[in-house]
Design a protein around this ligand. Structure first.
Ligand code: M6R
Length: 602
């Protein structure tokens, strides 16, 4: 995800910016850039790909005197990862970097274009710099122009602006996206999180939403809607590893909490008012296709299974799902009317990649759903949809699964639109539910502490069954996998209706059953299945919006207007349960034994 750094002072600026951006690399990005004003001259460099490319481009440049500078790593949302779309964005004499989304950018852009402004990029960010310069061209007051600019922005932003019109200042504003200011004597630093300035600044101020101001002469002047305000700084942390986790105990925990936010990125520019659009896809990919096959491993296989229910039910297209390592050696019968979809967080999983190559050799068209642009699987496919989850560090996948599932839900609607298997009324209802997903993914203190309390009752026993029906069967598989991976306890995911065909023989008070009981999908059916287990004295933790008296433990959910909202809310609950059990058992949550994040061997 995007990262911001800024520096005002006498030290060499290029290295400060590049080192700062390097500290933000772990968030993921696909281009980077810096802009510096020194001796009243603006300098700007941008490069696509790794930060090393930007280092190469700037290797002969040094900026040693006093000056102001800003830098950015970009994770493409509006527009492709190109140099033109990389930040800082420029006007005639100013540069801007921005994290977040300017929701009214289209309207602002059209107004500016009517005034003759030429846009170079496809980004929402570029509107900020042009709006600023339009204001300055009429009032010749840079600070006033910046305030007028900020007043017009709607949406989320953390932004820094430098301009030759006031070459000793950095203007800043924050609303909805994080930004902080670091201090060390007369040196002033800006960043979107702690890590770039640890070891450089000694004191820090974390900006609040609605705050803005400017840094000049080693001093920061701060405002909010009530006017100028005083602020006090605090000592800056010195431990970088801790800061990268944003104060969470584990990357996995941080990633569970991030899901609500990254889902906005996954939907951005794709979830439109009355339809779903994938700018990166050519509808021709779906021409002469009457069948879909999805191939993946592990967690990605579970999102694939979820997608197959949605694709068949809503897009009315037959869809089979295969585990890649099985598919490779079964001598599958393939035909060219099948679209071959691979799903992979890393884009490097050997089995999935080989399965894709096999399908291509058989003449099938291919589409990948992946979190890493330019990965082997993306490069090998005819089309790709990026999940935009940001880098996932925890070996146990959480936000990658959530975003894959969201992409599959959106893809379902996209195919349904093409095949005309959905009415506009139904489509609107789906889109409305989608917009609520970030809320269903929010982790509240109340929920997290409930899961922490409950976890102490589930540290022993002779195994776990996660059970669910329909869409909630893949979620049961995923819940069980999460628990297995980080707790080393045995857990199985099972279709609830299958328990009576064998596994129910295991039922006793030491068999823990996590029952996913959504209200919107076959509630009565799953209820009967769970009652059968209760009657045999199994210990049941029920997750449902409907109170269920027979359960030993119960977590009540809130969002039950659409099965997928129930799905996402229950997903978070199972992730927290696995996390807290693992913590109590003293395991390494982020790096479970025997597992690797990217499985590039067969
Ligand atoms: O990178 P991929 O999505 O292709 O990886 C597939 C599996 O190796 C992966 O999902 C694995 O199961 C995770 N550890 C699950 O948490």
């Amino acid at each position: 995800m995007c990262g911001i750094v800024g520096y005002l002072g006498k030290n060499e600026k290029k290295e400060i910016l590049l080192d700062g951006l390097q500290e933000l690399e772990y968030r993921g990005y696909d281009s980077a850039g810096i802009a510096i004003i020194e001796d009243k001259k603006l300098k700007n460099f941008k490069a696509v790909g790794r930060l090393q490319n930007l280092r190469e481009k700037t290797k002969d440049y040094l900026s040693n005197g006093f000056g102001v500078s800003i830098g950015h790593t970009r994770w493409a949302t509006h527009g492709k990862p190109t140099e033109l779309n990389a930040h800082p964005h420029m006007g005639a004499y100013s540069f801007v970097v921005h994290n977040g989304i300017i929701e009214n950018y289209q309207a602002l852009k059209e107004e500016l274009q009517e005034d003759g402004v030429q846009f170079l990029s496809q980004t929402d960010t570029e509107t900020i710099v042009h709006l600023f310069e339009k204001n300055y061209n009429s009032n010749s007051n840079a600070w006033q122009s910046f305030q007028e600019t900020i007043a017009k922005l709607e949406g989320a932003y953390a932004t820094l602006l430098i301009t030759e019109a006031d070459e000793e200042s950095i203007y800043f504003a924050k609303n909805g996206s994080p930004m902080l200011i670091g201090f060390n004597g007369d040196d002033i630093y800006f960043a979107s999180s702690d890590t770039p300035i640890i070891g450089k600044a000694t004191e820090v101020y974390y900006l609040e939403d609605g705050e803005f101001g400017f840094a000049k002469n080693g001093k920061v002047t701060l405002f909010d809607s009530n006017g100028e305000k005083s602020f006090s700084t605090q000592a800056l942390a010195t431990n970088k590893a801790m800061a990268q986790k944003d104060g969470f105990r584990f990357f996995m925990e941080k990633e569970i909490y991030e899901q609500s936010q990254v889902m906005n990125d996954t939907m951005m520019g794709r979830l439109l008012e009355d339809r779903v659009d994938f700018e990166e896809l050519d509808e021709k990919l779906f021409e002469n296709i009457d069948n879909i096959k999805i191939c993946a491993c592990g967690t990605s296989y579970h999102s694939a299974l979820t997608g197959s229910y949605l694709l068949e039910r809503v897009a009315k297209i037959p869809c089979q799902v295969e585990i890649a390592s099985e598919f490779r050696y079964k001598k599958p019968l393939l035909n060219e009317r099948t679209l071959f979809i691979t799903i992979s967080q890393s884009g490097e999983t050997a089995d999935t990649l080989e399965a894709l190559k096999m399908a291509k050799r058989a003449g099938l068209k291919s589409l990948s759903i992946c979190n890493v642009d330019n990965s082997s699987i993306v490069r090998e496919s005819n089309g790709a949809i990026l999940t935009r989850a940001g880098i996932e560090k925890g070996v146990a996948s959480t936000k990658a699964f959530a975003t894959q599932t969201m992409v599959l839900w959106m893809l379902t609607l996209y195919v349904a639109q093409i095949k005309k298997t959905i009415s506009q009324e139904q489509l609107n209802a789906e889109l409305e539910a989608m917009r609520h997903t970030p809320k269903a993914l929010l982790v509240t203190d109340k929920l997290h502490s409930k899961m922490t309390r409950l976890s102490k009752r589930y540290l022993h026993g002779h195994g776990f069954f996660f059970i669910g029906r329909d869409l909630f069967f893949p979620l049961a598989l995923e819940g069980a996998l999460k628990l297995k991976e980080i707790s080393y306890l045995h857990a199985e995911g099972y279709p609830a209706g299958e328990m009576k065909h064998g596994p129910i023989a295991l039922a006793d008070s030491e068999l823990f059953t996590i029952a996913l009981m959504p209200k919107t999908l076959h509630y009565d059916k799953i209820k009967s299945n769970v009652e059968e287990l209760c009657a045999r004295d199994a210990t049941v933790l029920a997750i449902s919006p409907e109170p269920f008296e027979l359960a030993d433990d119960f977590v009540q959910t809130i969002y039950y207007t659409h099965p997928m909202l129930e799905f996402f809310e229950m997903m978070v609950i199972t992730q927290l349960l696995a996390l807290e059990i693992s913590v109590r058992l003293g395991n390494d949550v982020d790096m479970p034994k025997n597992l690797a994040k990217s499985v590039t061997v067969e």
